[in-house]
Ligand binder design. Sequence first.
Ligand SMILES: C[S@@+](CC[C@H](N)C(=O)[O-])C[C@H]1O[C@@H](n2cnc3c(N)ncnc32)[C@H](O)[C@@H]1O
Length: 231
Amino acid sequence: MMTNLARARATGPAVAHVRRAGGSSGRWTERQRRDPYAKAARANPQLKSRAAFKLLEINARHKLLTSGGHVVDLGSYPGGWAYIAREAVGAGGAVVAVDLQDMAVPPCGVEFVCGDATDPEVMSNVLQRCGGRVDVVLSDMSPKTSGDAWLDHVRIMELCHAGRVFACDSLRPGGSFLCKIFRGEDDRELQQALLRDFSTVKTVKPKASRKKSPEAFMLATGFFGCRTAAQ
Ligand SMILES: C[S@@+](CC[C@H](N)C(=O)[O-])C[C@H]1O[C@@H](n2cnc3c(N)ncnc32)[C@H](O)[C@@H]1O
């Protein structure tokens, strides 16, 4: 039987073009200009974009990032989450960020690895840079959106599972994993897979995530510490 991922691959490569809301770049620009989160990000350039407010909100509620923590940030470009994580862990902590896209100037104190987070060689380099200890794995990784909700869902699920496998290979017992999803039929499968390795799994939708967007985040806490994740 053809899996969703195989079907998604068969439909061709990710479409690089991002269709703007309302089909008009003018309307998109206007919405960005008025958006309170985009405005706040412009006022604090280190936050980079509204994405930063999603992590700030999730962290305020669930206290993921703590002083002295070691954090891996998957899909880190342009650097808002990495900056927030760095500020939260402080001088005694560590943040290693990974993205396909080069962050020419990563946030101060963040180690950046340019590469594919689904590549085991890249991730073994990341783990080494964390000194072998990881408390939190964050994934805001997102495929280039195609405008086809089903295809985007299947593609982001592949990134979520890669993040999950890395988290289960690297987290200390009690550690946490947060990943971005586009809601769809395979959410339950991801939730079930996470429940094999974490005591609590919930789906969260911060206010900074647009209501109409299928975006949400799956948050898994209380890593059991002995790896069961299927590759
Ligand atoms: C929404 S952006 C991340 C924004 C970031 N969290 C911030 O606060 O600035 C999603 C990122 O995921 C990255 N990405 C997608 N697939 C990836 C992969 N396989 N490995 C590493 N990064 C990936 C993209 O290059 C993109 O920069």
